[in-house]
Design a protein around this ligand. Structure first.
Ligand SMILES: [Zn+2]
Length: 149
């Protein structure tokens, strides 16, 4: 997404958890603890992937996008479909997105990444266009003045 920034990738933490699991230092019950809320969010707002669950290897992972931020008011903390995010990103100045992967088969879940979205990230993009428009209008005005001479 165009306005995506301050991306934090949690794949290292995820690999560490999987290593602990392989080594038997944590049990699957510790990491396969998706709450009913998270699983519902995955069912209704989740983004299916073609990546296999690293635990049960029988289901594909679903990505859930949670949004947080003052501008969201009562929507803060809710899950949104991936398709809804660009729309929000054009309406709001800034909000945080947390991406969680969930397996609906074994309840494995882990934070994948977090990032900021919103119009604040459009560095000189929409502004650049309006500047160009302004310059264009100015040029047209100048041309008009020259034509009047
Ligand atoms: Zn699984």
């Amino acid at each position: 997404m165009r306005t995506q920034r301050q991306v934090v990738d949690y794949s290292l933490q995820k690999r560490a958890v999987l290593r602990e699991l392989l080594a038997g230092r944590v049990g699957t019950y510790d990491v396969c603890d998706a709450s009913p809320y998270l699983k519902n969010a995955a069912r209704f707002h989740g983004e299916p992937t073609d990546r296999r669950c690293p635990i049960c290897r029988s289901e594909n992972l679903t990505l859930v996008h949670y949004i947080y931020g003052d501008e969201l008011k009562q929507s803060a903390g809710q899950a949104r479909t991936l398709a809804e995010l660009p729309v929000l990103a054009m309406t709001l100045r800034e909000f945080q997105v947390f991406v969680v992967e969930v397996c609906l088969g074994c309840d494995w879940n882990h934070l994948v990444e977090q990032y900021l979205l919103g119009r604040d990230g459009l560095v000189g993009d929409s502004d650049g266009t309006s500047e160009q428009d302004a310059a264009g209008a100015e040029g047209a005005g100048r041309r008009r003045r020259e034509a009047q001479r």
